[in-house]
Write a protein of this length. Structure first.
Length: 442
């Protein structure tokens, strides 16, 4: 069923009056539209929405739970190209959005731009669970955006979506946590799946980033003037027309990645897997408050640290596996760099490229090279990692892999550990950039 269009309800306001008993409001049984139900809701109330499609744009009142009364994705909020599907502004803890599909969002206008294609969160604290952001468009955050907010996104999916910055999600200042998420084929000028900036703190765990594209840097994700931790994130088949097919880290970005997989990512200008530079990457953002970037304690102008990660089958212009330039730093430990069209390189004498206790195997040309003269490390191994089924995307170690108890005090190297029995050698051949462009043409 399709519901009629409703006006935006008032912005999130915290009631200072006498507390009242929490109530449950049902749509459409008690209220014809979601907006009407939210209009009279108070902190502690729950609005339950029956399955169906609701053509309206709504704003969450502070402390209210908006939840689908059914399986996730059975209720859709359709913004009909008129703005964001859902907005939340300065909401208190306890504000939740659960189980919705948000589609045809085009963001809210702000300072000549649009923000938050499907979901816009400004200030406050909001938790979003089991939601899908489908094909939204905006200048900042095609699927969702968070500005100076504490935002948690759990088991959410970004499907398609496009933006100038962050085709999936855009975060400026505040803190965003993404758990068990999926980014499927979003696109942006910069930061295909995610763009984080302006002092944001980012934590992404258990998430798949696949088929994301950027016209510039950061096919998968782009970080500058922010701190990010990535754990058990898989970057697969992402493409940058600039640099950093998997991720790009720019000035002020400090990124720590553990147990992450970078598989078949590519770029046309270098750093098909990862790219680190000190070039300014921050856009002119919504609002005018610029927050200094928090630090992980590193003195580098931009840092990417990979611990127990895989850089596999990267493609594009050399250096395909990864590039670091300016006075940036790229550090690897207990990781696998294998089967890339070319290896890792620093393209500036001021850069730092360090790889220790890692497997470097089957990369075309030198594994480590460049102007900063990266030193050979005796702890590295030039051995076949024996991956279970690389061509099928299974990057687990075979039981007979030399990277099981390889030394350096690690139980294993790479992102996954042993996931299959004994097996034969790993086919280590990256696709050509020409074939990759054909795959994503159109």
């Amino acid at each position: 069923m399709t519901r009629g269009t409703a006006l935006l309800v008032p912005l999130c306001l915290v009631s200072l009056g006498t507390p009242v008993e929490a109530t449950t409001r049902r749509v459409p049984a008690d209220w014809a539209t979601i907006g009407a139900a939210l209009g009279g809701a108070s902190a502690g109330d729950t609005v339950l929405v029956a399955p169906g499609t609701y053509v309206e744009r709504v704003t969450l009142p502070s402390g209210v739970v908006l939840r689908v009364d059914g399986a996730p994705g059975t209720a859709t909020i359709d913004a009909a190209l008129g703005g964001s599907c859902v907005s939340a502004i300065d909401c208190a803890q306890g504000t939740r959005l659960e189980g919705f599909r948000l589609e045809r969002g085009r963001g809210e206008p702000e300072s000549g731009s649009t923000v938050g294609g499907a979901l816009r969160v400004l200030g406050g604290v909001v938790r979003v669970v089991d939601c899908t952001f489908d094909g939204g468009q905006a200048t900042f955050g095609g699927g969702s955006s968070g500005v100076a907010t504490t935002l948690m996104l759990v088991r959410c999916t970004w499907s398609g979506g496009s933006a100038a910055f962050g085709g999936g999600h855009f975060q400026a200042a505040g803190q965003v946590t993404i758990e068990d998420g999926r980014f499927e084929t979003p696109q942006a000028t910069t930061g295909g799946a995610l763009f984080a900036t302006n002092g944001a703190r980012v934590n992404v765990t258990g998430t798949l980033v696949r088929g994301a594209t950027s016209g510039g840097n950061g096919g998968g994700m782009h970080f500058d003037t922010c701190v990010a931790t990535l754990g058990h994130v898989r970057f697969e088949d992402n493409v940058a027309s600039g640099r950093g097919g998997g991720i790009a880290v720019a000035a002020g970005g400090q990124v720590l990645a553990t147990f992450c997989t970078f598989l078949r990512n590519g770029s046309s200008q270098g750093g098909g897997g990862v790219y680190v530079s000190c070039a300014a990457g921050a856009p002119e953002q919504p609002g005018d408050t610029i927050v200094p970037a928090p630090q992980l304690g590193a003195a580098d102008c931009a840092l990417l640290s990979l611990a127990q990660c895989d850089l596999l089958s990267s493609t594009g212009t050399a250096p395909a596996a990864g590039e670091v330039t300016d006075a940036g730093a790229l550090r690897l430990h207990a990781s696998i760099v294998a089967g890339n069209a070319s290896g890792l390189a620093c393209t500036d004498s001021r850069a730092t490229l360090e790889a220790g206790c890692s497997a470097l195997f089957g990369n075309h040309g030198a594994d480590l090279s460049g102007n900063c003269a990266p030193a050979a490390d005796g702890s590295n191994l030039a051995v076949d990692p024996y991956l279970c089924n690389l061509s099928a995307g299974d990057v687990g170690l075979c039981a007979n892999s030399p990277l099981v108890a390889p030394g350096c005090g690690d139980a294993f190297w790479g992102s996954t550990g042993v996931t299959c029995g004994d097996c034969g050698p790993t086919p280590a051949r990256a696709s050509t950039w020409g074939r990759l462009k054909v795959r994503y043409r159109g």
